[in-house]
Design a protein around this ligand. Sequence first.
Ligand code: MN
Length: 325
Amino acid sequence: MTEPLNVEQAAAMLRNADNILILCHKNPDGDTIGCGSALYYALASLGKTAAVLCSDPIPRRLSYTRPRLFRGEFEPGLVVAVDVAGTQLFGDSGLMPSYSRRVDLCIDHHAGNNGYAQYTLLNPEAAAAAELLWEVIEAMGVQLDSQMADCLYTGLATDTGCFRFANTKAKTHRVAARLMEAGARVEELNTLLFATKTRGQMEAERIARSHLEYALDGRCALIWLDRDEIEASQADPSDLEELAALPIGIEGVKIGLTFRQQPGGSWRVSIRTANGVDAVAVARRLGGGGHLRASGCELLGTLDNAKSAVLAEAKAVLDQSGEEA
Ligand SMILES: [Mn+2]
C-alpha cells in the first residue's frame, strides 16, 4: 500500500533528499520527459545531484529538454517516478529493473495509478503530470528558469493536445501563463511539437491512411500499421503516437482505433473517443487503461483477432452509452 502525500509533503521529501534518481515511463512522451527534465533542473538548481533514467531513448523531437541521463554514477538516495501509472510502464531495458522495483515517490495524474511507490502524490484532476509538478517545484522554493519552463510547458502542451483536450482546465492555462512568464518558448515549442512532422511520420501516416476502415455502422474508424510497414516508413516509435489522432478526427466517428504491431509481434492499440464515450471502458477488459478519452492496450495474436476483440468492446461501450451512428 502506498501512502498518499500532498504537494508540500512531496516538495519537502525532495528538498531533504540528495542523489535523486528520476524515472520516466517507456515509450516516453512529452509529459514524462518534460517532467523528468524539469525536476532534474529544479533539483540541480538547489545544488543537488540528480539524473533521469528511461528505458527508451529520449525522442529526437524532445532533445531540447537535455536532462542529465543516469549511467549508474551514484547510489540513489531517493527514487522518484514522474507520470508513471504502474510498474509495467517502466520497461525493462538497461539499468531500469534495478530501480523500478523500489520507487520511493511517485508524482502522477493517472486515476488508475496502482500505488506501486512507497509514497504517492496523485492528482487525477491535473491535465498533465507537469501541471502537478509545477506546484511541487514552486513549493520547493525553486526559481523557475526558462529551461524548466520549456520542459514543464512541453508536458502541459503535449498531454492536452496543445490545450484542446477535455482535460484542459482554467488552471492548466494559469500554469501555462506562469510558464510563459518564466520564459517558456511557447510559439517555437508549439510549432515543433504540433505543426512539424518528420518525413518518417508523414510516410507512416500515408500508409496508415491507406488502411482506413469503418466499423460498427460508421461509429468506429480504424487504421493500422504492421511491422514491415513501420520499418519501411523509417518513423521513430515516438513519431507513431500521433497517428492515433487520425481516426477519431473523422466526422461522426465516436471511437478511433489505431493498431501498431510491436517488434515482438503483438498489437498495440490506441483508443480515442468522442465526448461522452469512455475510452477506459473499451480498454479495461483487454488489460489496458488510460484516460477518459484516450486509452490503450496491447494484444497478442493476429491483426484480425486483435480487431475483433477491440471492436467487441467498442460495440458494448457504444451500445451502453446510446451512441447512434
Ligand atoms: Mn501525462
